[in-house]
Write a protein that binds this ligand. Structure first.
Ligand code: AMP
Length: 396
């Protein structure tokens, strides 16, 4: 059996997602997730040949779940097919501008960025170290969420706070979802027959976490997420843009501590906080269709903020070759897409209702009428992008 696939690892603070992907054929031979890695009730579940399996892991932690994964790969004769491992890493700071093979220096670099993503980078390092131990000799790479946005000009990434905070502490906009933007914008350009190196593409990555990006000639020139994923759009549970004085306001008015306010803005706000119902867009759409006014208002605020950001980005780009929707909401919600495009009619969007209704997860396509400024759906595939990057690095 030839070595034709990449093991993609996405380590979170209490979970570890994995997939074995052939970057050439895009075939995914196995995928799964180890969950509850903090505590004594960890388990790993995976899908292979259309069948689902689960195994209890006890107090396995990240390292134990990688050991279990090795066993699962062996049992299914997949070890021989893995040519390399690609790790998703959330934050690469200003140090990492592209994907790279793992060395001791790279590991140190990820550690140095840990203060920028304290929940994520330490977890990624656990996964990386466990893989080095359990897959000796296999080349490994890291693919950063932030790297794609390192092309943003200073006017896009700097906050208007004392410049020394940027110089001494790295306080600036970094942006996230970079791997998705890279995949989705290139796929859209290819589908439309655009010259990627001479293109102006807007992408709205709308999932539980949501952001938008302005992409000029294949490079990110602006994005909505900031120092952390809290800034920008309304999200499932995150508030997005807000007056920073809300911290002192809530402290004085409600007696909340710094940690409580951070929790409130990250975990209890957004669609969940506004609607008082749920963070899931589907639930809100269902409720709104039955006349729930606050659910409708929540969806309208989500679309209002997004449209406002996209309009600003359009001005930055100077033209729109395509507006691309992706992520769980972007790929599946015809309601949100229509709501947003109606707000952007001034840019010449003329929605094709039939195409919009027919486009859902896994199905990419244009959702506007001929002659309209193009809006489309592209299903994102960050894992495939990580597998492609890893193979390219390994093959030099
Ligand atoms: P993601 O984080 O990209 O997996 O996206 C998750 C979000 O996609 C969920 O919060 C859902 O609200 C949303 N979603 C998934 N399917 C649909 C759908 N059919 N209609 C509206 N929203 C959806």
């Amino acid at each position: 059996m030839s070595k034709d696939s990449v093991l993609v690892i996405n380590c979170g603070s209490s979970s570890l997602k994995f997939a074995v992907i052939n970057p050439q054929t895009e075939e995914e031979s196995i995928s799964g997730i180890a969950e509850r890695l903090v505590g004594n009730e960890a388990f790993i579940s995976w899908k292979i040949n259309g069948e689902k399996h689960t195994q209890e892991l006890g107090a396995a932690g990240h390292e134990g779940s990688i050991e279990a994964l090795v066993g699962i790969l062996r049992e299914n004769n997949l070890m021989e097919r893995i040519e390399a491992i690609g790790h998703r890493v959330v934050h690469g700071g200003e140090k990492f501008t592209k994907s790279t093979l793992i060395t001791d220096e790279v590991i140190q670099g990820i550690e140095d960025c840990s203060h920028l993503a304290p929940l994520h980078n330490p977890a990624h390092l656990l996964g990386i170290r466990a893989c080095i131990k359990n897959f000796p000799g296999l080349p490994q790479s890291v693919v950063f969420d932030t790297a794609y946005h390192q092309t943003m000009p200073a006017e896009s990434f700097l906050y208007a706070v004392p410049y020394s905070l940027y110089q001494e502490h790295g306080l600036r906009r970094y942006g996230m979802h970079g791997t998705s933007y890279r995949y989705v914008s290139k796929t859209a350009a290819d589908m439309l027959g655009l010259d990627y190196n001479n293109s102006a593409i807007l992408v709205a990555h709308l999932g539980n976490g949501a952001s938008a990006c302005a992409i000029k000639n294949g490079q990110s020139v602006d994005t909505t997420m900031g120092l952390t994923p809290l800034e920008g759009l309304v999200m499932g549970t995150r508030c997005g843009d807000i007056d920073a004085n809300v911290f002192s306001f809530l402290n004085k008015q409600c007696g909340y501590s710094l940690d409580e306010i951070t929790q409130l803005l990250n975990k209890k706000s957004g669609m969940l906080g506004l609607s008082g119902l749920d963070n899931d867009c589907r639930v809100l759409e269902e409720a709104a269709s039955k006349g729930h006014e606050r659910a409708q208002l929540t969806l309208d605020i989500f679309c209002h903020v997004l449209a406002k950001k996209l309009a600003g980005f359009a001005a930055e780009l100077g033209r729109i070759d395509a507006l691309v929707f992706t992520g769980g909401i972007g790929e599946n919600s015809s309601v949100i897409r229509k709501n947003v495009l109606n707000r952007l009619a001034i840019f010449g969007f003329d929605i094709d209702d039939t195409a919009n209704m027919e486009t859902f997860r896994g199905k990419s396509g244009v959702i506007t009428k001929p002659g309209s400024t193009v809006a489309m759906v592209v299903a994102t595939n960050e894992e495939l992008m990580i597998a492609r990057d890893t193979e390219a690095l390994v093959k030099g």
